[in-house]
Design a protein around this ligand. Sequence first.
Ligand SMILES: Cc1cc2nc3c(=O)[nH]c(=O)nc-3n(C[C@H](O)[C@H](O)[C@H](O)COP(=O)(O)O)c2cc1C
Length: 194
Amino acid sequence: MSKKRLGPTDRVYPMPCPLVVGGTAENADTLAVAWIGIASATPPSIGMALRRTRHTLELIREHREFTVNIPSSDMADVVDFCGITSGRAVDKWAATGLTLEPAAAISTPLIAQCPYNLECRVTHEVEIGEYVFVIGEVIESHAEETVLDSEGAAVDVSLLDPLVYIAGSREYRKLGDKVADAFSVGRTLGEPPA
Ligand SMILES: Cc1cc2nc3c(=O)[nH]c(=O)nc-3n(C[C@H](O)[C@H](O)[C@H](O)COP(=O)(O)O)c2cc1C
C-alpha cells in the first residue's frame, strides 16, 4: 500500500481535551488543552504544551500547581468556549456556569462539573519554541461515584464518556467501541519470553 509524505506535523490522533485550571479560588482561570499526556508513571506525572501567551500558564507558573479536569462528551460547548476566550478578557466561570470546588492537597481548585480530576504540582518546565512544556506530578485524583466501576475502585471509561479532540479537522468526538483487552490480545500471536 503506498503512503503519501505529509511533512512535519503536530497532529496525533486522537487527543484528550481536558480543562486545565491554574490559580487559586480567588483568581483561577482555565483553558482547553489537547496537547497533554502522561510523562511518567513513577512518579505519576503529566506533561502538557502551553503556548507562552496563555493567561492560565501565568497562573500555573506563579503558584507551581494545576488541576486537570476531564470533561464528559456533552461538555463540548463549555470546553470550546474556554479554548477560544482568554481569562484576561472574559470571566469564563460566569460565562459557562462552570463552578470550582476545593482540591484536597493543593490550592488550585477543581472544576465541579468535570467527573474526573487530577491535582498536580509542577516539577519541570521545558521551553520549546513558542511553547512551555509543563510537567506536574499527580498528587491526588478524584472521580464522581457515577463514573466508577461496579467495585467502586476505578474509573469505568464508558461511564466517564470523556470528550475526545481530533486535530486537523478540529472536531470533538466520543470514544468508540472496545476492540480487545490490552496486555493480553498480543498473546494470541505467541507468549512473550519470560
Ligand atoms: C480544542 C482545543 C485545544 C487546545 N489545546 C491547547 C493546547 O494544548 N495548548 C495551548 O497552549 N492552547 C491550547 N488551546 C488554546 C487555549 O485553550 C486558548 O488559547 C485559551 O483561550 C487560553 O485561555 P487563557 O488565556 O485564559 O489561559 C486549545 C484550544 C482548543 C479549542
